[in-house]
Design a protein around this ligand. Structure first.
Ligand SMILES: [Zn+2]
Length: 240
């Protein structure tokens, strides 16, 4: 009798070890550094008193890059806004629990609240205020400060955001997206619904689009309405 109990314990121990070793977290490379930029000429237009030769040469260089990218956007027709690589082929629940980081300026919060409403109106995803568990999708909204250096002149980073896939395999397997979306508080132009819609789009798994009408176009165009292609991209992630 004693021997049988001992054998049973060994079997249970081995089974436990097997489960333990099988259920590890799988590391998935995440790309969070997707940025949203605004060409400096748009900001320079606000304080258009400086007319030195140095400024005008910068502006002409910037204008060239604007026209070349919009020319490319006009020729390329995309049926679906691309999906972030780490979200591809993942089964994600359509419900997200979101919260704001501490000390968020009211204007930044307001921009994100408007963006949340935009995505909730699609009926494809559902963003709910709250913390959520490890197994559930989560989004953290935040602000950060980044001043552009001389080497980065020509563009101003207004925000960044992206998905962060957590995948547990084996026993108790799940896949969740613990995403982040942030606005660059150094530039007040960042506290805009259009920037928030773009960064939240990244958080939900959308990648950059070459279509200048898309909210996922990498340069600020003031777009706040998701195009049919944006909706198709979102649907492809959350249609499971
Ligand atoms: Zn972006």
């Amino acid at each position: 009798m004693k021997l049988r109990t001992g054998v049973l314990w060994i079997v249970l121990l081995l089974a436990g070890l097997f489960v333990f070793t099988r259920s590890e977290f799988k590391a998935i490379p995440n790309k969070l550094a997707t940025e949203f930029s605004q060409f400096k000429t748009e900001l320079a237009a606000d304080n258009s008193t400086s007319t030195t030769s140095g400024v005008s040469s910068t502006q002409s260089a910037t204008t060239t890059s604007v026209s070349s990218s919009s020319a490319a956007a006009n020729t390329v027709t995309t049926e679906q806004t691309p999906i972030e690589p780490n979200v591809q082929n993942k089964t994600l629940a359509h419900t997200y629990y979101y919260h704001f980081a501490a000390n968020m300026p009211a204007a930044a919060k307001q921009a994100f609240v408007a963006a949340i409403a935009t995505y909730n109106q699609t009926g494809i995803v559902k963003l709910v205020a709250g913390a959520g568990t490890a197994e559930q999708n989560q989004i953290t909204f935040f602000v950060y400060h980044k001043t552009m250096t001389a080497a980065q002149r020509g563009t101003v980073e207004l925000g960044h955001g992206g998905p962060n896939i957590i995948q547990r395999i084996g026993w108790g397997a799940y896949t969740a997206n613990h995403a982040r979306a942030g606005l660059n508080a150094t530039y007040t132009a960042a506290f805009n619904k259009s920037v928030a819609v773009h960064e939240l789009g990244h958080a939900l798994g959308l990648d950059h689009s070459t279509d200048s009408e898309s909210v996922m176009y990498p340069v600020e165009q003031g777009k706040t309405v998701l195009t049919a292609a944006d909706l198709a991209g979102l649907k492809s992630i959350y249609s499971n």
